[in-house]
Design a protein. Sequence first.
Length: 165
Amino acid sequence: MAKRTNHYDVAFERFLRLLRRPYVAVDETRRALYRDSSLKSMDFVVYSESSTNLLIDVKGRRFPQRSCSWENWTMEDDIESLLEWERVFGTGFRSMLVFAYEVQTPREMEYHPITWEFKRRRYAFYGVWTQDYAESMKTRSRSWQTVNLNANDYRKLRQPILSVL
């Protein structure tokens, strides 16, 4: 297992191990050079039994977060890099953003069909295909270069991660 400090990534990696899914944890301390640019690394390459192989970038969020329970923002660079990694890996690989929600209270568990407990925290994992996200994303902050999906689009596009693993 790769040394990680982000508890969302650690929880997701342990979840993959529990499911016995073959994966490679990517060293995210360095950006990869590709052609004349650098690409942000994904977090995991996961070999799936039920779909194409996955290039996954985990995004940790708390649930609920302020007034919006389903925070799903990311950096524009994350989307661009994941789509480029799809092209690099080629046929048989597809990129996905995995939103790892730390469920804050037992009352909030009713919003999630499946949760997983790890180190006294409860998580719910949802995936959105990067291409679908890119087609529906809106600018969240120009200065921070962040994007997100509106609530209706996110509701339509997200899927529990077990449906693709």
